[in-house]
Design a protein. Sequence first.
Length: 438
Amino acid sequence: MIPRYARPEMVAIWSPETRFRIWYEIEAHACDAQAALGVIPRENAEAVWKAKDVTFDVARIDEIEAVTKHDVIAFLTHLAEHIGAEEARFVHQGMTSSDVLDTTLNVQLVRAADILLADMDKVLAALKKRAFEHKDTVRIGRSHGIHAEPTTMGLTFARFHAEMARGRERLERAREEVATGAISGAVGTFANIDPAVEAHVCAKMGLRPEPISTQIIPRDRHAIFFATLGVIASSMENIAIEIRHMQRTEVLEAEEYFSPGQKGSSAMPHKRNPVLTENLTGLARLVRMTVVPAMENVALWHERDISHSSVERGIAPDATITLDFALNRLAGVIEKLVVYPENMLKNMNKFKGLVMSQRVLLALTQAGVSREDAYRLVQRNAMKVWEQGADFKTELLGDPEVTAALSPAEIEEKFDLGYHTKHVDTIFARVFGESGAR
């Protein structure tokens, strides 16, 4: 990813320096296990650790690879330059390149997942805080973009919290699923290396041994990992879209914080655009575009091919770096979001009580009017509000068929906003536990 959409901690996971350091640790731990089994001399295993403080020369490894056309061999050649050819004689004993490459990729994905989980905690904390802040802030709910019935801004934040919490749970499971390593040798049979070596290396690297590998770790594990990132990105966009809608001039129920000195347009000085959430929508697309290639990587030829390799070199850093940046941006947007309760009430009352139509419909049916007739009566008066700007309650009170079934007091009662918020505590308790209730 370009630096504009990248944060240093996540970028560092995917740097060549980090990758070579993990390769080195895998090889060194494997040598220790081989020495414990008596396969290689103990002194050779200990000699490998002479490079533990070495910063591997990326340019030198690239130079060697230009000749060998093999990245792992280039690294092993460079390692021998540091510890000596004789000392390096038993490095990579019985192993194949995928043992190093696949185990390293999973170490990186696990580390990336840990950062992303922390990012999601920031988003969840921000959503929870704003949910409680606006628990009783009434706004109009919309379906198909059209006024429906009253809800609260707190419920809006709460449903986003519940969705992101599900995403976090999925990411924990995806992290667990991808946290495997394989040191099983050519075609995965352990013919030239003892399974105890794999167990030792995986324990040292924070992984579990892959139950059965071919020459690679099965890619269904990676497919679900990237699919999970894609779902999280979609949830992130779900929030961004709501904020973008609320910031529309004719709505203006909330808007992104506009900092001192910020400019909205090079041409129109009055503009305050939802640029951060628009950016989040775009970044979500970038994360999601890694999902299909990850799915396609599952099907490989026989025990090993490298059609997945070039894909993963791109999608692994791109997806994790992009989502890391985006989640942090989202947390900041939520924390600083400016909410306008007065505009929410003004918008809700724009059509003069129209949004209470269902309450009147239900009251009429309870009073003995058939549902078909009740719907006709309510819709007849509602259309006058849409088309003539009339007041819904006034029209109902002036309709003899309505007043034949409902008294003026009964009609008046149907316009109480509190009716629509009476179960907010129940919903909050479901989302946040008992602390969500008053």
